[in-house]
Design a protein around this ligand. Structure first.
Ligand code: ATP
Length: 257
């Protein structure tokens, strides 16, 4: 269970961009975070894996308080948090298998990583996951030879190789065409169920959020102002989340969908 309590994040001396935020995610639910640009969605995700340092508050993952961790304990906790990125963050000149195995860094010895002598169990697991997402045939192909959708599947498998307790996805479909984007969202939803994994997705596409996630969290100016099932995201809620933002029209299309 992820339990965030009274989370505040302030960059420098400016106003807080996360304002006393509470959020609990239990079980294998797929939760999307929507909101205008600047609402604080990425900051929230990055506080969870401590790419951004929270100013105050608590972030507890399965009983471990993440905000106070340092050094080896922080690295160990981070291994349990899988992250999928908008730009995939693959190493282009490495093969798919090498990219996927980088999810095991921290679990295996530096020698194994440098010499690419991966443990047999890790190779087996990589093939299982690559087959599941349809990229096993590319195991020895360089990452830069793949399409966007295939590259994001590599990103997903790399995150799952960490054997995470939660998967965070920061606009995972924003660089993809609409059809591929839907495939990746469907995949994330299905994997959450199969692996009993909570998935938290920062997403601009409200139509996809409604179709592929169980719960929608709407943020505005660093606060959660909507938290409910997609069916409850009506026009009034959309107006509150997006009022006056350049995304309002796009968001309205999503509400109508
Ligand atoms: N490293 C940083 N230093 C200073 N301010 C930052 C930093 N990162 C983000 N911010 C500010 O924090 C606020 C929230 O940004 P954040 O990226 O979390 O919003 P977002 O909802 O994810 O937006 P978008 O949808 O455009 O990605 C914005 O005002 C942004 O300018």
């Amino acid at each position: 269970m992820l339990k965030i309590t009274d989370l505040v994040k302030r960059y420098g001396s400016g106003d807080p961009v996360l304002k006393s935020l509470d959020l609990t995610i239990e079980g294998e639910s797929v939760v999307s975070i929507i909101g205008s640009s600047g609402a604080g969605k990425s900051t929230l995700l990055r506080c969870i894996n401590r790419l951004v340092e929270p100013t105050s508050g608590s972030i507890n993952l399965n009983g471990t308080e993440l905000t106070s961790l340092r050094g080896a304990n922080l690295r160990a906790a981070r291994r349990k948090i899988g992250m999928v990125f908008q730009g995939f963050n693959l190493v282009d000149r490495l093969t798919v298998m090498e990219n996927v195995q980088s999810g095991r860094l921290g679990y295996i010895s530096t020698w194994s990583a440098v010499t690419r002598r991966y443990p047999k169990a890790d190779i087996r697991r990589a093939y299982e996951l690559m087959e599941r997402v349809g990229i096993a045939q590319y195991a020895n192909t360089r990452a830069d030879q793949l399409s966007g959708g295939e590259r994001q599947r590599v990103g997903v498998v790399r995150a799952l190789m960490q054997d995470p307790d939660i998967l965070l996805a920061d606009e995972p479909t924003a660089s993809l065409d609409p059809k591929t984007s839907e495939q990746i969202m469907g995949l994330l939803r299905d994997l959450a169920g199969e692996l009993k994994l909570p998935v938290l997705i920062n997403i601009h596409n409200v139509t996809e959020a409604k179709e592929y996630t169980d719960r929608i969290v709407g943020m505005r100016y660093g606060r959660i102002i909507f938290d409910d099932v997609p069916a409850k995201l009506d026009q009034e809620a959309m107006d509150q989340i997006y009022a006056g933002s350049p995304h309002a029209d796009r968001a309205k299309d999503g509400a109508a969908a």
